[in-house]
Design a protein around this ligand. Structure first.
Ligand code: ADP
Length: 268
């Protein structure tokens, strides 16, 4: 730089904070590694069984039957995983396109409950839908909302108590939570609809609560796999709620069950 002010060269510095970009890159990398790992385990098991069936167990009818049963389980697990991965990526792709159609939440929940009754009956779990009066329609994506309640109610059945009860409580409230995302000016929020799914299972220790919606985060990985979990259900729930500009609340205490509440805006 020159010493006298007039002919001093000018320097422009551009500072870019790359923290967020680097973090996103790392998360993407972790995600691919986790997903591959989740697929690799059942795949390795399947390959092992195929080798055994072609070799030592070739003429053993009893072994064949039990191996085929185990192979079926592993293949089903891979298929659930791929289904959830595809659905997560589809939801992420349109997360910033707001949904457009009015949806009757109570009707959606009733349909999901009807479809899950058989699964619940296997665990002797009763499903009860309670409504506190009529609720207005939500502007939403019916297919995604169906998936949202399917995942929450399915989890309540899976992690709830055998012989227990799952309650789904639906109401409309004029109290708009401060945490609700800002609505576009042309569509102010008039009220919210709250859908609370409660079970009477073991509950979740507080240190896990903030991480439950992370992909592949599980409190007890072995238990999740034993009940057919992929570790992606709540990540899917979270993305669907984001797209609907709502919030997810999780209340749980060990030994006292869990309540997952979706709060969705009713807008003009
Ligand atoms: P998963 O396929 O493992 O069920 P989710 O994303 O649906 O994956 O849930 C993540 C984890 O959160 C589960 O593995 C389980 O540990 C915990 N979880 C979810 N719902 C409940 C519930 N109703 N009661 C207790 N734990 C739950």
């Amino acid at each position: 730089l020159g010493t006298n002010g007039e002919d001093a060269a000018k320097v422009m510095m551009v500072l870019t904070d790359l923290t967020e970009r680097r973090q996103a890159e790392r998360m993407r990398g972790d995600f691919v590694a986790n997903a591959s790992h989740e697929l690799r385990t059942p795949l390795a098991t399947l390959i092992g069984f195929i080798e055994t069936l072609r070799g030592p167990a070739h003429d053993d009818a009893a072994a064949r039957d039990s191996f085929l049963e185990l192979m079926q389980q592993q293949a089903d697990r891979m298929s659930r995983l791929v289904r959830d991965l595809l659905s997560l990526s589809a939801i992420e792709r349109n997360e910033h396109a707001p949904p457009q159609a009015p949806v009757d939440i109570t009707a959606v929940v009733e349909r999901v409950v009807a479809a899950l009754r058989l699964e619940a009956a296997k665990k002797e779990v009763t499903l009860a839908v309670e409504t506190a009066g009529p609720v207005r329609a939500v502007i939403g994506d019916e297919e995604q909302l169906t998936q949202l309640f399917q995942n929450l109610i399915d989890n309540a059945v899976k992690y709830g108590r055998t012989g227990g009860r799952v309650r789904i409580h639906i109401d409309e409230s004029p109290d708009i939570p401060p945490a609700l995302p800002q609505a576009p000016r042309e569509r102010p929020v008039l009220a919210v609809v709250r859908i609370a799914v409660s079970d009477d299972g073991d509950g979740i220790a507080p240190e896990h609560l903030p991480r439950l919606t992370e992909r592949f985060y599980r409190v007890d990985p072995a238990r999740s796999r034993a009940v057919g979990g992929t570790g992606l259900g709540l990540a899917i729930v979270k993305h669907i709620i984001n797209r609907h500009r709502g919030i997810l609340r999780i209340d749980s205490r060990p030994g006292q069950g869990s309540t997952f509440t979706a709060v969705l805006p009713i807008s003009q």
